[in-house]
Design a binder for this molecule. Structure first.
Ligand code: NAD
Ligand code: ZN
Length: 389
């Protein structure tokens, strides 16, 4: 089959590889009908996530059709149209029972690697390095889905393939980021980053009752999309100081809830952002947490900082004193996708949200290398790419 493979930093190629096969009774094989490139894939593309190996198949946002089922699968049949959460979860462990699916204890065969770095391991993830299990991803014609009785959700006919692919990650990620804020009526929510995750977080914040949403980025067409898609107020950080402007927009109080939908590769022109870049260039730093620093600094007293943006290592110069002094609450992590799928499928069916509106580019698996570059460089007004094998 054809698959999009990571060959090295900034080197992604579409190659012919072996078809996947059923390995365990709870596996199914899915023929991919639509798959997407995620901001998280850009961290792999940029060589920011350790333990990638040449030949690893990328992709954790995909939907498709079941073509083969393992012996223990009774809830799915060949021909079922399904979406698959990016986090792999067994459904039966301590964490899955608490609906903390991305913290599943049984799906990462390389848990020991993650334990060395983090104390304990999260779940396995599709197409996301060997620390997260080394699973082949879904930017391919076929993919093996482990624990498919828990991790392959049947789609209703009213949800299109392009809408369904957002259920694998981006939509639940934005929704959980907003839910983690604990939004109260009248709240102002500021969101750093108008990429797919930021946009879904903004729309979800509105659905969860936010009165105002402020969208922060520097890319004009993404800010424009935030206005159209979520009714947000745009703040271009290249034109105005973020902290000053947020202070003014909230009558001197600060946003009630701050969402960092940027993560470890923040761009910035301030002293701290340059400091991050230099440290990273000489391999003395892992992450560039400029957006997170701003979110902590900007947040009102007693507010919440929600972090869907991915971080990988030890973050430097975080204003933890400010967080403590203001009594902030923090919430973060990989999304517990499974928990949100019934709810979000219904929101799509009832037209409360149409995630496919943010798609800017469509292509085939063969187009992936060029499209990775376009998406990384934010060229050609690229906001979200969907590939059909
Ligand atoms: P993206 O790269 O398309 O978007 C990031 C946006 O942030 C860009 O528009 C960029 O211009 C903007 N940005 C950069 N620096 C900024 C700054 N200092 N202030 C404000 N905006 C800034 O990526 P995406 O797909 O939207 O993903 C965003 C983050 O969410 C990534 O870190 C990704 O890995 C993460 N993510 C997390 C989960 C999860 O489960 N928690 C799931 C999916 C993605
Ligand atoms: Zn993703």
């Amino acid at each position: 089959m054809k698959a999009v493979c990571w060959e090295g930093t900034e080197d992604v190629r579409t190659l012919n590889v072996a078809d996947p096969a059923i390995l365990n009774p709870r596996d199914v094989i899915v023929r991919v009908r639509a798959t997407a490139i995620c901001g998280s894939d850009l961290h792999l593309y940029g060589g920011m996530i350790p333990s990638m190996q040449a030949g690893d198949i990328l992709g954790h946002e995909f939907m498709g059709e079941v073509v083969e089922t393992g012996a223990a699968i009774t809830s799915l049949q060949v021909g079922d149209r399904v979406v698959v959460p990016f986090a792999i979860a067994c459904g039966g462990c301590f964490f899955c029972k608490k609906q903390l699916f991305s913290l599943c204890d049984n799906s990462n065969p390389n848990a020991a690697l993650a334990e060395t770095m983090y104390g304990y391991s999260g779940s396995g993830l599709f197409g996301y390095s060997h620390i997260y299990g080394g699973y082949a991803g879904g930017q391919a014609e076929y993919v093996r889905v482990p624990f498919a009785d828990v991790g392959a959700f049947k789609l209703t006919p009213n949800v299109t393939d392009e809408q369904a692919v957002f259920l694998a990650d981006i939509l639940p990620t934005g929704y959980m980021a907003a839910e983690n804020c604990g939004i109260e009526p009248g709240d102002t929510v500021a969101v750093w980053g108008c990429g797919p995750v930021g946009l879904m977080a903004m729309k979800s914040a509105v659905l969860l009752g936010a009165e105002r949403v402020i969208a922060i980025d520097r890319i004009p067409e993404r800010l424009q999309l935030a206005v159209q898609f979520a009714g947000a107020e745009p703040l271009n950080y290249e034109d105005e100081g973020v902290l000053e402007r947020l202070h003014d927009l909230t009558y001197g109080q600060g946003p009630d809830r701050c969402i960092d939908a940027v993560g470890m590769e923040a761009h910035g022109t301030t002293v701290d952002a340059w400091y991050d870049r230099i440290k990273q260039a000489v391999y003395l730093g892992t992450d560039r947490p400029h957006a997170l620093r701003e979110a902590i600094q900007a947040c009102r007293k007693g507010g919440t900082v929600s972090i869907p943006g991915v971080y990988g290592g030890l973050l430097d110069k975080l204003p933890f004193g400010a967080a403590f002094a203001k009594g902030l609450k923090f919430a973060m992590g990989q999304t517990h996708v499974h928990k949100y799928l019934d709810l979000l499928m219904e929101k799509i069916e009832t037209s409360q949200i149409d995630p496919a509106q943010i798609i800017s580019h469509r292509g085939t698996l063969d187009d992936a290398p060029g499209l990775y570059e376009t998406f990384r460089n934010k060229q050609d007004a690229c906001t979200k790419i969907v590939l059909t094998p």
